[in-house]
Design a protein around this ligand. Structure first.
Ligand SMILES: [Ca+2]
Length: 109
């Protein structure tokens, strides 16, 4: 018994050679392509987050050092700013480590 897809089925997109049959190989290939696209989107988001994490602490420090904020407030915010800058640094390091790990994994495959 031959199984067929509906006329406008979304699974028609998996029929790479357009022979009307979606093979296991075509499904596996499509699944792998979707996984790669999702990983690429995730890497883009992490890249944006990392750029923000790189730019935000110096901008914050520059703002606090600009004289627009009173020394009293700078002293009060000192601990918070230190923690914030350390957290931003951690995000950047985590992104770099994750990128290196993924790159190493993809080189193994
Ligand atoms: Ca096919």
């Amino acid at each position: 018994m031959t199984k067929q897809l509906e006329q406008n089925s979304t699974y028609n997109a998996f029929d790479a050679d357009h022979d009307g049959v979606v093979t296991d190989t075509e499904l596996a290939r499509s699944e792998r392509m979707m996984m790669i696209e999702n990983m690429d989107k995730m890497a883009d988001q992490q890249r944006v987050m990392s750029w923000f994490a790189i730019i935000a602490p110096p901008a914050l420090i520059g703002f606090l050092a600009s004289g627009l904020v009173t020394l009293e407030k700078v002293n009060a915010l000192n601990g918070l700013v230190t923690t914030y800058c350390a957290a931003m640094g951690t995000i950047v390091v985590a992104f770099m480590a994750a990128t290196a790990y993924v790159r190493g994994k993809s080189n193994d495959a």
